[in-house]
Every structure is written in structure tokens, then in C-alpha cells.
Design a protein around this ligand. Sequence first.
Ligand code: ZN
Length: 263
Amino acid sequence: MKLADAVLQTEGLLLVVTGAGISLASGIPTFRGTDKDAVWKRDVTELGTFAYFEETPAGSWAWYLSRFDKVLGARPNAGHTALVDLEQWCAKQGREFLLVTQNIDGLHELAGSQQLVQVHGSALKVRCSRVGCVNGSPRGTLPRDAVDIAKFRAQPVDSNVPTCPACGALLRQHVLWFDEYYTGHESYQWERVVDAASRAELVVFVGTSFAVGVTELVLSSARERRVPVWSIDPAGRPQPYVQLLAEPSEEALPALVKSLPLT
Ligand SMILES: [Zn+2]
């Protein structure tokens, strides 16, 4: 059985869930992988929290700037592009498609994916830390490029942390932290993910280590409903119920799209 056959033998919602593995070929280290440069290998559950931001805003900002300097220069790879092609192929078939990504690198957005949920937020945006602030869209957010961080970079102290142009509260990263919930901001679109998980007719995981809430939800729902589940991951360990395709996504995804009939 090939993945292309699984695509052709199913109808209805095709749900793709991507993790850090798809961005490896774009030069972004995985959070939990064996990559020796993995940026999140220590202190992540302490530093990636609202509690840490509250306690030391400058420390939180400095840590994310060091992380995001690598992320923000990255470009989409052939895997990201193939998922855009797959979405367009589905549209031509009149088939529903949704891409849910755990990645905050913005590369699916840059590649051109439309039916996209960035369930952990985006490094391309920051947002006001005051929950009631409605400035910007989605609520409280503004593009990272619109924020002047030169002063903070020159002197990374709490008093130089960038502030919201509307209300003056401190700006924060627009990412889901370990002590926060998927429902914490509407642009994480958690309800859309829950709905998709309950209806998907085929699920394809790409480059995920199945370590977060969203993969657990999607996988358990698919198992219960007995719909096929695939995982594209060269480093993937066998998972119960999951058909593993142990190839790099930047090769497997273009190959998949190429093997689908054009009509
Ligand atoms: Zn504000």
C-alpha cells in the first residue's frame, strides 16, 4: 500500500499534521529530536512559559530572540511546497483539506498554504500581554517586523521590553507556552482542530514525534473511528495503528503529489 493509494481510496477531509521534522531541511533544528543543535533541549519547559515571562520579561524576550533569529531567516523547502500542491489538488477534486502545524516558523504560510492552522502560534507575530487588549488582528497581535527591538537588543533589560502601541502593556511572543492552553487565543483555532480531528477520513502526520496534545487528539480520534493514519518521518519509531513511511518529507511529499492523477 502506498500513501498515494490511501489518498485515492479515501474521500472527505484529508488532514495533515506537521511537526518540526518538516522544517529540518530548511535549517531549523527540531525541538525534541536528536539534532545536536536542538535549541529546546534544555530548560524549555521552564523558559517557554508565561510564568517565566511574567517573572523576567527581558529574559523571555532575549531567549526567544536568540531562538527566532535562526527561524526567521529560513525558507520553505520542497516538503512545504508539496503540501501547497496537495491542497490545490484536493481543491480541484472538490475534496476538503486542512493542514495543522505544530511549528511556529511560519514556513507553511510563506510557502502559500491557505487551509492552515498554526496551532502553536507564529514567530512572525508578537502580541499584547494584556488579555483584554483588542488592538491588532488577530486580537492583540502585530507583525514582528512592526516592532522596534533595537533598544532592547542594545540593552536587554525589563524596561526596554517592547510595549503595545495601543495600551502600553508589555508585548509577548505569539506562541503557545507550556503553562497555557490551546484555547488561550482564537488564532490557535483549537475548535477547528477538534472538528477536523472528529471528521478526517485520512490523517497524514509529517515529522512529528507525537509528543504534544494536538497529535494525541488527532491520533486517538482516528483510531476510534478506524480511519487510516500515516506518518512520514525518517527518524520515526513504529507507532501502534500508524503506517510509517520512513523517508524525509522533502522527498516523500513531492513524490506523493507527483504520483496523484491530474484529473
Ligand atoms: Zn495592548
